[in-house]
Design a protein around this ligand. Structure first.
Ligand code: IMP
Length: 428
């Protein structure tokens, strides 16, 4: 019966795995509904690290059916590399279901992503270079390639031809690159068709049936609220809908079936790529967060930009996603600080803003207004009950809860699966 949405509250890399770990084997289906291999989650199970970029996290739970929804863009080479990598480590991927309507990242879109960024120079977005933006642009322009096209050689050829007629003009005339031939693209995509075929289904029906049977369906967002193409810090965003609304369009599950929206909020803030970031730190504190929190991208290895927790963003995430529960991650990283600053509002040219400014330009020069909370020095890694947290850490969580306007149901205190404090169950 219940469909649960899981989103990131900030700019990504909040650690959604913490929430999925907590729900564990009770989740029957995990659906990826947006993005592609620009995402990256590292999951640690029994001390073994798994870095996934495209496959939904549920792939590691034998009882769970992982679903790649229609809202996803798929790089077939990456898909099969991840499948082969997991199979080699004894993880079965037999249950994976892929939407026939998901879009394929064609090789020319990877090329275009990279050359466009280079062309933009200082105005670049700082994309992951995986072809995500150009593939979503094709989808909206109605010249994209979908999974189902792979099974009709003739249609695929027509579509690739139509796309390349334009792309090659851009590649050769604007970017001075070589043209890509239809055969090259067909040769890259077609060999995957036979392996992909048994996984492909009308995932909207698969999920409807699952919900009718009373299964727990988790819709897991890639990226996060402020990277959402509509609600994020445009244009420094990804090209898909990473908020709760996107869970419906990207999966075909109607809004009326969603019962809970869980948002993950890191106890501080990070961001990769370009774009505004009011609480960003350029000093030793920023370095402390980066080193202690090991803030380096799973997908690109880039050092993440780091800053204090911003509860204006937290409140915004609550509003845009209709958050019912927050999971705070990496609280342990803040251990050892004398005081812990929380951004509660912005100062924009002398005017206080308690909510996200309407205009992006205001957000670009928003100065954080901080509240300083007492720090703690005790090790949190073995704490499993809220009452056992140091008083200052408890006070920190309660103040954050008050500021973001939704309850904090769980708190991460270390990278391990079991290093979590549960205050309220995430599943009914
Ligand atoms: P794209 O998704 O590759 O087009 O990149 C657009 C923006 O989203 C860039 O700033 C990326 O760094 C950012 N981004 C994409 N995926 C993630 C993610 O999983 N975590 C954090 N940032 C991301």
């Amino acid at each position: 019966m219940p469909a649960i949405v899981l989103v990131g509250a900030q700019w990504g890399d909040e650690g959604k795995g913490k929430a999925t770990d907590l729900m564990g084997p009770d989740v029957d289906y995990v659906v990826k509904f947006n993005g592609g291999n620009n995402a990256g989650h590292t999951i640690v199970i029994d001390g073994e690290k798994y870095a996934l970029h495209l496959l939904p996290s549920g792939i590691l739970t034998p009882t769970c059916t992982p679903v790649i929804g229609n809202g996803v863009v798929i790089d077939l080479e990456v898909l099969f590399r991840e499948i082969d990598g997991l199979e080699a480590r004894g993880v079965s991927t037999d249950k994976l279901v892929v939407s026939a309507n998901a879009h394929i990242i064609a090789p020319y879109n990877r090329t275009l992503d990279r050359v466009t960024e280079r062309f933009l120079g200082s105005r670049k977005i700082g994309t992951t270079g995986r072809g995500i933006g150009p593939t979503y642009a094709d989808k909206m322009s109605r010249n994209g390639i979908r999974v189902q096209d792979l099974f009709d050689h003739h249609i695929l050829e027509q579509k690739v031809e139509a796309a390349l007629a334009l792309k090659n003009q851009i590649l050769t005339k604007i970017y001075n690159r070589r043209a890509i031939s239809v055969t090259e693209v067909m040769d890259e995509l077609l060999p995957y068709a036979a392996r992909l075929a048994p996984m492909v289904a009308d995932t909207t029906r698969v999920l409807e049936r699952a919900l009718d049977e009373g299964k727990n369906v988790l819709l897991e967002a890639g990226q996060a609220t402020l990277l959402d193409v509509d609600h994020g810090t445009y244009p420094y965003v990804t090209s898909s809908s990473a908020t709760a609304g996107g869970a419906c369009t990207g999966s075909g599950i109607p809004p009326t079936r969603i019962t809970r929206v869980i948002a993950i909020l890191k106890a501080y803030t990070t961001r990769v790529g370009e774009g505004p970031f009011p609480t960003e730190l350029f000093d030793a504190d920023g370095e402390f967060l980066r080193t202690t929190g090991f803030e380096f991208g799973t997908t690109t290895g880039r050092p993440r930009r780091c800053g204090w927790l911003d509860t204006v963003i937290g409140r915004y995430a609550t509003r845009i996603n209709g958050v019912t529960d927050f999971v705070i991650t990496k609280l342990d990283v803040l251990t050892g600080l004398d005081t812990v600053p929380i951004c509660v509002a912005y100062d924009v040219d002398g005017v206080r803003h308690d909510e996200m400014p309407v205009n992006q330009s205001d957000f670009h020069h928003a100065k954080p207004v901080y509240e300083e909370l007492a720090g703690w020095s005790e090790d949190l890694s073995d704490v499993r009950r809220f009452e056992d947290l140091p008083a200052a850490a408890q006070a920190y969580v309660l103040r954050v809860e008050e500021l973001i306007g939704a309850r904090v149901s769980a708190i991460g205190v270390g990278p391990g699966r079991e290093q979590i404090i549960s205050r309220h169950p995430l599943l009914d």
